[in-house]
Design a protein around this ligand. Structure first.
Ligand code: NAP
Length: 310
């Protein structure tokens, strides 16, 4: 949405193709406390502000699920969508984020939505007074375990190592929360349920002692990272070993004219602030790219009638 705002400010005809509500991971985050100027703002509220700000500068938002982005022989791009509409643009900024990684253990798919969740804000309220578990050791797991104690009576945070990856300030809050119990060096091996198909039990194993045991829980929230949504791009784009797109300092990928910003690209950290910074750079770089195209071929900046900077 920052990229859209800056493209709009650059007087580029700009469309944001978004499959759901605008906001991405912001919508999965209850409270944002680390966006400068906002000491405390709800995730969805910040998302709405971003959207209306981008619209103010002329960006158009369309609800479309993009299935494929491809570069054409003439150097422009085409985006296919589930609705059948094909969008064409001389340049694309990909900000598709990532999808939560699954544990890949028995019971996880069977009980998805029936006790297995990947979104605390969406599902937390279903577990009022319950005992639940959170899996992971990064910022998301620690933050969401803390958030879930608003509803659950007891939250087990199950981590596969004896040290958390999460930032120190989030860890401090976690350790001060009396409703949270840490379970170190432990992996969940199976999720079990009752006759109604709801989660009741977790089979876990201590990776140091190899001791196996059961944990009674009605819910399990999995926050073990993200897989970048890079699959929609046709053909090869350079990426790191985790699949995150590699970009240069202007956010351009190995495909000329294709820019990437936010969680989809390889970088040290994935915060709202870094995504906004990436979006700014990508939009300004896209504008320069279009200007260079125009100078080269001597035609207006956006060549095709009905074309967009997507
Ligand atoms: P993450 O930082 O990659 O952490 C993933 C955690 O899951 C790690 O602790 C990892 O363990 C564990 N894990 C991975 N695979 C596992 C498996 N198969 N079984 C059990 N545990 C497994 O992911 P994240 O927490 O989703 O965060 C993603 C990015 O978003 C990060 O850059 C983070 O800083 C950012 N973020 C920031 C905030 C915030 O600042 N408020 C909130 C949410 C996310 P190991 O530690 O052993 O590798």
């Amino acid at each position: 949405m920052t990229a859209a705002m800056y493209c709009g400010r650059g007087m580029l005809r700009t469309v944001v193709l978004e499959r759901g509500l605008s906001g991405g991971e912001l919508l999965n985050t209850e409270v944002i406390e680390d966006y400068p100027g906002f000491e405390h703002i709800l995730g969805w509220e910040l998302a709405q502000k971003f959207e209306s700000h981008a619209k103010k500068f002329g960006a158009e938002f369309l609800q479309e699920t993009v299935t494929c982005v491809r570069k054409l022989d003439d150097g422009s791009f085409e985006a296919d969508t589930e609705s059948g509409t094909v969008y064409r643009a001389p340049t694309v900024i990909l900000t598709a984020g990532g999808t939560p990684i699954k544990l890949g253990i028995p019971g996880e798919l069977k009980y998805a939505g029936k006790g297995v969740s990947y979104c605390a804000v969406c599902d937390g309220a279903f577990f009022k007074g319950d005992t639940i578990a959170v899996v992971g050791g990064g910022d998301a797991a620690v933050e969401e375990a803390d958030f879930l104690t608003r509803y659950a009576e007891r939250v087990y945070l199950i981590h596969r190592r004896d040290e958390l990856r999460a930032s120190k300030i989030l860890q401090k809050r976690l350790f001060e929360n009396p409703k949270i119990t840490m379970i170190w060096d432990t992996v969940v091996e199976e999720i079990e349920g009752d006759a109604q198909g709801l989660v009741t039990n977790l089979k876990v194993r201590d990776v140091k002692t190899q001791e196996a045991r059961d944990i009674a829980a009605t819910g399990i929230f999995v926050f073990i990272g993200f897989r970048p949504n890079t699959g929609i791009v046709e053909g090869h784009v350079d990426h790191d070993e985790m699949g995150y797109m590699l970009t240069d300092f202007s956010m351009e990928t190995s495909v000329k004219g294709l820019f990437a910003a936010g969680d989809v690209r390889a970088q040290l950290t994935r915060q709202v602030t870094t995504a906004a910074g990436d979006g700014t750079t990508a939009a300004i770089a896209a504008e320069k790219y279009l200007k260079a195209l125009k100078d080269k071929v001597g035609v207006p900046m956006i060549v095709r009638t009905g074309g967009y900077a997507v």
